[in-house]
Write a protein that binds this ligand. Structure first.
Ligand SMILES: CC(C)(COP(=O)(O)OP(=O)(O)OC[C@H]1O[C@@H](n2cnc3c(N)ncnc32)[C@H](O)[C@@H]1OP(=O)(O)O)[C@@H](O)C(=O)NCCC(=O)NCCS
Length: 176
């Protein structure tokens, strides 16, 4: 398996991966919702405000992950990890966790100081996330216990101030 930053010629394949994986996991409506989000992240979000990575097997995209900027009043480089998908035929082989770790390393190398995500704490704690204060989320959360964060080497959660803002692609309560 090969991990790399996504390239625009892979957009249709990445789109199909997210549509299929989330429809399979949580039904067609969720497939459409997350598929729409991925489309906006790839097509409408400034490259400086989002990063995406793919897992390739035999040249085919089998996993994908996106990170997008969260802006605080404090001068931090904060990003949100969401969404991440591994094709149903390839799940449970460690690809998801490798993809997340790869993304975190690349972001840290670019000076990112804080990361957030929402999801199952049991899964994301394996890659360094811990429960984060709800005040660090840009929207009211339907499941506040799933809001998670981590401060990267040499930084602290306590250094964050003010109300966070997300990129326009995430500016919809349906995602939160
Ligand atoms: C979540 C996902 C990305 C994980 O990728 P993966 O390659 O299957 O995961 P890994 O093989 O690295 O890790 C597997 C472990 O994570 C657990 N896990 C997988 N998906 C999980 C989920 N949605 N919630 C909680 N735990 C999950 C598995 O039970 C397994 O645990 P085990 O090692 O104790 O058996 C993948 O299952 C997926 O695409 N799911 C559907 C979409 C989704 O829910 N995305 C996350 C929200 S954005």
């Amino acid at each position: 398996m090969q991990l790399s930053e996504f390239e625009t010629h892979q957009a249709a394949e990445i789109q199909a991966l997210f549509d299929r994986t989330f429809a399979d996991a949580e039904g067609p409506a969720e497939g459409e919702l997350v598929g729409g989000l991925v489309r906006k992240l790839m097509a409408d979000t400034a490259p400086r405000d989002r990063l995406g990575f793919v897992a390739l097997e035999k040249g085919r995209v089998v996993g994908g992950i996106f990170f997008s900027r969260l802006t605080f009043d404090s001068p931090v480089e904060a990003f949100l990890l969401s969404p991440v998908a591994v094709h149903p035929d390839h799940q449970g082989r460690g690809i998801g966790q490798r993809l997340i770790r790869f993304g975190l390393e690349r972001l840290e190398a670019r000076g990112v100081t804080h990361l957030f995500t929402f999801g199952d704490p049991a899964f994301y704690s394996r890659v360094g996330f811990m429960p984060a204060p709800e005040s660090t989320a840009p929207f009211r959360l339907t499941q506040p216990e799933g809001w998670l964060g981590q401060a990267l080497e040499g930084h602290e959660m306590a250094s964050l101030a003010g109300v966070p803002r997300c990129v326009a692609a995430f500016d919809d309560p349906a995602y939160w």
